[in-house]
Design a protein around this ligand. Structure first.
Ligand code: FMN
Length: 209
């Protein structure tokens, strides 16, 4: 049985403590082998029925990136209109994507129609395919941080319209738009906490049943 040491457990805790959603990137490239090592973490992720429903697209062309950036700008402006007063002022000052600078950008989809896994588990709860994709993204996020890379998850998007612009297969649902690159700075506190948008709670609510 494999055993992990106290030192490893401490390192793992540190990795999670220092993982951040990164929105400010240096523009120098991410070496291919480093990105590949991080992407390999997808294959190690749990998935319902071993369906591995994640599908990735590297958003590299100017057209694909412009579609994403324009979509984000419109969605973000729309979100801002939903706030009033001090909240609106704070929201307007937040940087909510690193799409202008991140050297690597990857869209992660869920193939809702995959036959891999023969429907085990997903027959009763089809949403578990998307949860599986989220599990894999989380592993990727930590693997990237262990390499010193930052990852920023962008969800302020009109996903159906962006998927249409990218001519995405109809059974694929956009789960995440990830900006990836070397972070400009490092912190143990989330940016939204530092800027007074929200506070972290130390422990998850845990009820007895
Ligand atoms: C599903 C998901 C979607 C997110 N979407 C955005 C986003 O659109 N823009 C953004 O700036 N941060 C986004 N984030 C990052 C969160 O704001 C961030 O995780 C949270 O503030 C805690 O900060 P930390 O990740 O640095 O610990 C998203 C995170 C998750 C898990």
């Amino acid at each position: 049985m494999v055993q992990f040491s106290d030192a490893f457990r401490q390192d793992l805790a540190e990795l999670m403590r220092w993982r951040r959603d990164v929105r400010r990137f240096r523009t120098d490239p991410v070496p291919g082998p480093v990105l590949d090592r991080c992407l390999q973490s997808f294959a190690l992720a749990p998935s319902v029925g071993l369906s591995q429903p994640w599908r990735l697209r590297r958003i590299g062309s100017a057209a694909a990136r412009t579609a994403a950036r324009d979509n984000f700008r419109a969605a973000n402006a729309d979100a801002l209109r939903g706030y009033r007063g001090a909240r609106a002022e704070t929201y307007a000052g937040l940087k909510l994507s690193g799409m202008d600078d991140a050297p690597e950008q990857i869209a992660v989809f869920c193939d809702d129609a995959t036959t891999q896994g023969a429907g085990l588990g997903a027959r009763t709860m089809p949403e578990t395919r998307r949860y599986s994709v989220v599990c894999a993204i989380m592993q990727f996020w930590l693997a990237a941080r262990a390499e010193g890379l930052g990852v920023g998850w962008v969800s302020i998007l009109d996903a159906p319209s962006l998927c249409a612009a990218w001519k995405t297969p109809k059974d694929w649902t956009l789960v995440a738009y990830l900006c990836i690159g070397w972070p400009r700075d490092d912190d143990t506190a989330p940016e939204l906490e530092r800027l007074g948008w929200e506070e972290r709670r130390a422990m998850p609510p845990l009820e007895m049943l």
